[in-house]
Design a protein around this ligand. Structure first.
Ligand code: ADP
Ligand code: ASP
Ligand code: MG
Length: 470
């Protein structure tokens, strides 16, 4: 079985959807059974969020405008892709689904709030529309297909906006819903990003979550491979939006790819690899607009896995919190209590650097968690702070840069080369962490230094020597 996921740009307009149909048609003849996971058309999720926000603020005319633009975007696809005989039925489905969203917006306008639970129900509209349009387009072209709303089979907790899949229940439900379709040679077109609680209340997996959905589908069905179709030729040695002349990375281990996505490479959602790793399902990242290109293969590490730096990535803004003690408590106690408190508040820590000499250390946390982290630590250390055993917590908004590649740890001088490259660009390093992971050197620079730092590290490690001298 092959699972294929198409991202938002891959289904961005009628022509893109027609192109996706061609890719699916080819795969069905070569690789059946095929299961497809699809994102909302590009920009639709943003528009839905913005519309809900406007509704909760009572901006009725702006809401109307947004609703019309959503209707136009999807109706253009109906107009362009469907023969007259089918158009009316497909258009009705589009109007009905959008009507549901309009009702949710009216509810939010009434209460003047945008509850996460209602927002998740509203966001479901994006993927439900794209999966319906794609499935119907396949059907009218003679390829048996059926839109599947993942709320039937991707079961989650009720952490609206960032729900966690209940893997055992999901595994069973996925097999129950999807396998009979695959057996009938009917391609399921599953909505990415969406789930539901066991009581049937809609949830979403967090922005960019369709990659994660696809991984869950692939692992639940025991697929042979997962192909993620997107708008770049594969994982590149740096974000092509930041470094023009990046190279395609042919092969990555799960760990390398996970580190990359965790440190900001948007090409993969950070949670994607975990469900695949235990069943060793390989992932290919491929370009929908250049399907002949090989793309990047992500799989288990093996004897001949290429070693050394593979890619550089960055994330900004992120918050750097500094704790400095006057000796009591010592660093070990400080660290232990910090980790305990932050784990209790569900704050992810991106990076830790420590200076035992100064009894101080820095923590890097996502911007979205910064206030929670700060409040948690100020509460946990309230006594020490009030007696001035600890200096007041410092917060700085910064950029995190990570150089990824297995085997770097064993190569002497890597950190020195990173410092050298940054010094040449006059970017100063605020903090550095090496060693927590086998395949990652991460550092902190100012937000203004972000692009220069990424380019300098890319030039130093990822441009072949021959190209550098040209
Ligand atoms: P999709 O809609 O297909 O899920 P995304 O926009 O989420 O696509 O992810 C693809 C984007 O990821 C690319 O357009 C690119 O700008 C960005 N990106 C960031 N880092 C990298 C990288 N190292 N390699 C490739 N793409 C990257
Ligand atoms: N449509 C969702 C988003 O934009 C999920 C995804 O595209 O992966 O976040
Ligand atoms: Mg994405």
């Amino acid at each position: 079985m092959l699972v294929m996921k198409f991202g938002g740009t891959s289904v961005g307009d009628a022509q893109c959807i027609a192109n996706v149909k061609e890719i699916i048609a080819r795969s069905v003849t070569e690789r059946s059974p095929v299961v497809v996971v699809v994102s909302a058309m590009s920009t639709v999720t943003e528009t839905l969020i913005e519309t809900a926000r406007l509704a909760s603020q009572g901006e009725q005319s702006a809401v109307e405008e947004k609703l019309q633009s959503l209707e136009r975007k999807h109706s253009q696809v109906v107009e362009a892709l469907f023969p007259k005989a089918h158009r009316r039925a497909v258009q009705k489905t589009v109007t009905d689904i959008l009507g549901e969203f309009a009702k949710l917006c009216a509810g939010m306008a009434l209460v003047g709030e945008m509850p996460l639970r209602a927002l998740d129900a509203g966001l479901s509209v994006g993927e439900r529309l794209s999966s319906t349009l794609l499935a119907q387009h396949l059907e009218t072209n003679g390829i048996a297909a059926q839109a599947v709303d993942a709320s039937q089979c991707l079961l989650t907790d009720d952490n609206f906006g960032n729900a966690k899949p209940l893997l055992k229940h999901t595994h069973d439900a996925m097999r129950r819903v999807l396998l009979p379709l695959a057996e009938k040679k009917c391609v399921p077109i599953v909505t990415g990003f969406l789930g539901a609680t066991r009581e049937g209340i809609r949830t979403t997996l967090g922005r960019g979550g369709s990659d994660y959905s696809a991984a869950i589908v692939a692992s639940s069905l025991g697929a042979a491979e997962l192909w993620i179709w997107t708008d770049v030729d594969g994982v590149m040695s740096a974000d092509p939006k930041m470094v023009e002349k990046g190279r395609i990375v042919k092969e990555l281990t799960y760990e390398e790819a996970a580190e990359l996505s965790y440190f900001g490479a948007k090409v993969l959602h950070p949670k994607t690899l975990a469900p695949l790793q235990s069943s060793r399902i390989p992932v290919y990242i491929k370009n929908t607009f250049a399907p002949e290109k090989a793309g990047t293969r992500i799989g288990p590490s093996h004897e001949n896995s290429p070693q050394g730096a593979k890619a550089v990535t960055s994330m900004a803004p992120v918050a750097l919190l500094t704790l400095r003690s006057n000796g009591t408590p010592g660093t070990t106690e400080l660290l232990a209590r910090t980790f305990a408190a932050l784990s209790h508040s569900h704050v992810d820590i991106l990076m830790v650097t420590q200076s035992s000499y100064q009894d101080s250390f820095c923590l890097l946390v996502p911007q979205s968690a910064a206030e929670m982290a700060q409040a948690t630590l100020e509460h946990a250390f309230r006594l020490e702070l009030s007696h001035q055993y600890l200096d007041p917590l410092e917060r700085q908004d910064v950029a995190a840069i990570a150089l990824i590649g297995e085997g770097m740890k064993g190569t002497p001088g890597i950190a020195a080369r990173v410092f050298g490259a940054l010094a040449r660009e006059k970017v100063s390093v605020i903090a550095i962490a090496q060693g927590s992971s086998e395949s990652n050197i991460s550092l902190v620079v100012s937000q203004e230094g972000r692009s220069a730092a990424v380019r300098a590290i890319h030039q130093e490690f990822l441009v072949p020597a021959a190209a550098q001298s040209v």
